[in-house]
Write a protein that binds this ligand. Structure first.
Ligand code: FAD
Length: 550
């Protein structure tokens, strides 16, 4: 018998680690403890099973304990909770329904994940309040919906799980109110990008309440309650999904002496080692380093958890492998829209005082003459000197996934906006454009960096000084009449050369069009005629999105 390796947690990080260790070391004695009944299930698929998009419950269970044992020769112990760790004596204490016992280890891997946050609000223990973490939670919510016990639902929290639950419960025919304490949903994106989602949620029948928190839950009968908000609004409902965030499930680690952060994450080095010999930790329970800023952060996502599980296994088996930090690449479907992010957003760039420039573009998902194309709204942040990509946010109907993965790869390998402009990407009309939206984001950023297209932003419009600045709309008069920035003069781009005399050369000209392209052409014309000129990044579309109210 080889090394005795204990693994705590049998899902993403834990199961990946166990399987990789076995592939590298046939002689290891591997025991995997899981406090729940299931291992290796598809957490990310749970909302879609509730929404009946995934029809068969069995599809959620990737591996049963028996199959895992048979394939990987791992002693899988479900319904077995590790309650404490003795790092000096190298044992863990395990509690089952029948008994409590100690198990010795040579090496220990912790992958306990996170648990939903449940604030101590009055009424939080009402039986109609549900959280979603695992298969039993899913069964409870699905049964509730299947039995038609709820006509209405309140989803508290507009993060990934809240948004996915809002969509899936809507899909099951429930009336949904989504309550979010902040002024936007999906906080990995900046507000002007998230506001596109706000409108989309509303269009899809979700009543969205932003900037208001839940104060209490008052039972109003057997299976109904009123959710009372800080604003005193009262929302009657039969089902409440509490999805205000997660915290590391690390209570059992606290007395072990293993170093942890204030927020309860386990501190690890690049090899996924804790500060105690032969104890590793991976997944949602660990603190990671942000790839762009170098700051310590908590990013609970499945990709990092799986990769870290593999890296811990490599190191345990003697292969020197280092985890190279987390860039937070994430994607979420909200009805017909997809939003995706990678790297840092503007809020964090400002908070962490990272210098940046930004650019908004709205290219087509594929050639606009081929049916079904839809704008891809892309925001990129890049270094003001080198042009190195710092972060990207994309929203659209199709093609978001492939573009975000290009940006994620570019960011991981330190590419600049100049490199984006040079990427040779696959093109045929149903899939893209000869100038792909990724290339366009690069072209535009390059023009900004090299001073060919000075820009201003939607947030600058409020402080326009009309004594020294002139705002110029170069769209058609029809577009101008449908909605324009206050006090703007409309000279359509094709008339601009002939009507230059209508502009005051003493003033700075702030040009805009619908998405930025005609504004760029106007910028070039005006600059070459001696005007001081700036183009509105992202055009009227970004301006409009940034001011949209729910
Ligand atoms: P987990 O997969 O949560 O596994 C931890 C396991 O450890 C749990 O089963 C738990 O019961 C067990 N455990 C905890 N403490 C003990 C103990 N003391 N003893 C024994 N066992 C213990 N991520 C994405 O990237 N994309 C998505 O689309 C996405 N969607 C999600 C949807 C939902 C509804 C949920 C809940 C999560 C989603 N995630 C998504 C997050 C993703 O599932 C996690 O990042 C990933 O599962 C983390 O892996 P982990 O091994 O750290 O923790």
């Amino acid at each position: 018998m080889g090394k005795k390796i204990l693994i705590v947690g049998g899902v993403a990080g834990g199961a990946s680690c166990a399987a990789r260790i076995r592939r590298l070391d046939e002689s290891a004695d591997i025991i995997m403890f899981e406090k729940g009944e299931y291992i290796s299930f598809a957490n990310c698929g749970l909302p879609y099973y509730i929404g009946d998009m995934i029809k068969d419950r069995e599809d959620l269970i990737i591996q049963t304990p028996q199959k895992f044992r048979d394939r990987f020769n791992v002693d899988v112990r479900t319904n077995s909770e590790v309650t404490s760790i003795d790092t000096a004596g190298k044992t863990v204490t395990v509690r089952t329904k029948e008994s409590t016992y100690k198990e010795r280890f040579d090496t220990l891997v912790l992958s306990p994940g996170t648990t939903p946050i449940r604030p101590p609000l009055p009424g939080i223990d009402s039986p109609i309040v549900f959280t979603l973490r695992n298969i039993p939670d899913t069964d409870r919510i699905r049964a509730y919906v299947d039995k038609k016990l709820a006509r209405r639902a309140v989803v508290i929290g507009g993060g990934f799980i809240g948004l996915e639950m809002a969509e899936n419960l809507r899909h099951r025919g429930l009336e949904i109110t989504l309550v979010e304490m902040l002024d936007q949903v999906f906080t990995p994106a900046d507000k002007e990008m998230a506001s596109i989602l706000h409108q989309h949620l509303t269009m899809n029948g979700v009543r969205l309440i932003l900037g208001d928190g839940v104060k209490e839950i008052i039972p109003t009968g057997d299976a109904c309650a009123e959710v009372v908000l800080n604003s005193s609004k009262r929302i009657p409902t039969e089902l409440i999904i509490l999805s205000i965030g997660v915290k590391p499930d690390t209570e059992f680690v606290k007395n072990s002496g293993i170093a942890m952060s204030d927020r309860g994450t386990i501190i690890v080095d690049g090899h996924m080692r804790t500060d105690k010999p032969d104890v590793y930790a991976v997944g949602d329970a660990v603190e990671v380093v942000d790839f762009v800023s170098g700051k310590k952060v908590h990013v609970p996502l499945a990709g990092p958890a799986n990769r870290q599980g593999r890296i811990a296994a490599d190191n345990i088996a003697g292969i020197d492998t280092v985890y190279k930090n987390t860039q937070g690449t994430a994607i979420c479907k909200i009805f017909d829209l997809t939003i995706a992010v990678t790297g840092i957003n503007e809020k964090n760039a400002k908070r962490w005082e990272i210098p940046f420039l930004k650019s908004y573009t709205h290219g087509s998902s594929h050639a606009s003459y081929y049916p079904g194309s839809f704008p891809l709204s892309i925001k990129i942040l890049f270094d003001p000197k080198s042009g190195k990509l710092l972060g990207t946010q994309i929203i659209g109907k199709e093609g978001v996934d492939k573009r975000i993965d290009i940006f994620a790869t570019a960011l991981r390998h330190g590419l600049t906006v100049y490199d984006l402009a040079e990427l040779e990407l696959a093109y045929a009309p149903p899939y893209g454009s000869a100038k792909d939206p990724v290339n366009i984001a690069g072209f535009v950023a390059q023009n900004i960096l090299e001073g060919r297209m000075p820009v201003f932003y939607a947030e600058d419009v409020a402080s326009i000084d009309h004594a020294t600045q002139q705002i110029l709309d170069v769209r058609s008069t029809v577009e101008h009449k449908q909605g324009a920035i206050d006090n703007s003069l409309c000279i359509p781009i094709d008339e601009l050369r002939a009507r230059l005399n209508e502009l005051n050369i003493e003033k700075e000209i702030l040009v805009y069009c619908q998405v930025g392209l005609r504004g760029y052409l106007a910028t070039r014309i005006l600059a070459q005629h001696g005007f001081h000129v700036k183009n509105l990044s992202g055009g009227y579309k970004t301006f409009f999105d940034s001011r949209r109210n729910v």
